[in-house]
Write a protein that binds this ligand. Structure first.
Ligand code: ZN
Length: 180
């Protein structure tokens, strides 16, 4: 990348006394790599499972589910919604990389619980363009988990839909509650 002298570099706001969060990532990564050991695994998840979950910052999936590096595919978005792109990832996960089980994880206090499709209309008014995607907001957490399970089970692209289970993670207790 070339940077002309009169234009600020992307991290010009940062200096050694005020690192940005991404500067901190770079520093943390150097420390991580010191003790990192290549486990010798290939791209196929050891536990043959894909987890679809919300992007919520309070949800540490590896710790909460007892997962180790290399165990699972983790597909995350706002709400843990089963969108076309989620199906794309799940299809690749199953057909190219050998996973067989799918766990869906929503959680209490989700940011999507307070939104409606008005979000989309307001966005259109502001920027003059309607987004292609649905907000996928919901008011019924359990119902949304059921709908997500249904979308997975009825997808024609997936090979394995017999072991699909859905849960709500409680951000205050750390416990999963299964949705039947
Ligand atoms: Zn959420």
């Amino acid at each position: 990348m070339t940077v002309t002298p009169d234009r600020p570099t992307p991290n010009a706001a940062a200096d050694s006394e005020n690192p940005t969060i991404i500067d901190r990532f770079v520093t943390a990564n150097r420390e991580y790599a010191v003790t990192f050991r290549d486990g010798g695994m290939d791209a196929r998840p050891v536990r043959r499972i894909a987890v679809v979950a919300c992007m919520d910052a309070r949800l540490d999936l590896f710790a909460a589910l007892g997962l180790e590096l290399g165990d699972a595919h983790v597909i995350r978005n706002a709400g843990g919604v089963v969108t076309d792109d989620t199906i794309r990832s799940l299809t690749i996960s199953q057909r190219a990389l050998g996973t067989r089980s799918i766990a869906l994880i929503h959680h209490t206090g989700c940011g999507l619980l307070g939104l409606t499709e008005d979000f989309r209309r307001e966005l259109e008014l502001e920027v003059g363009q309607r987004p292609q995607w649905a907000v996928e907001a919901f008011v019924d957490l359990d119902g949304d988990v059921r709908q997500s399970m249904q979308r997975v089970r009825t997808s024609p692209f997936l090979l394995h839909t017999d072991d699909v289970r859905g849960f709500v993670f409680d951000v205050h207790t750390g416990l999963l509650r299964e949705i039947g």
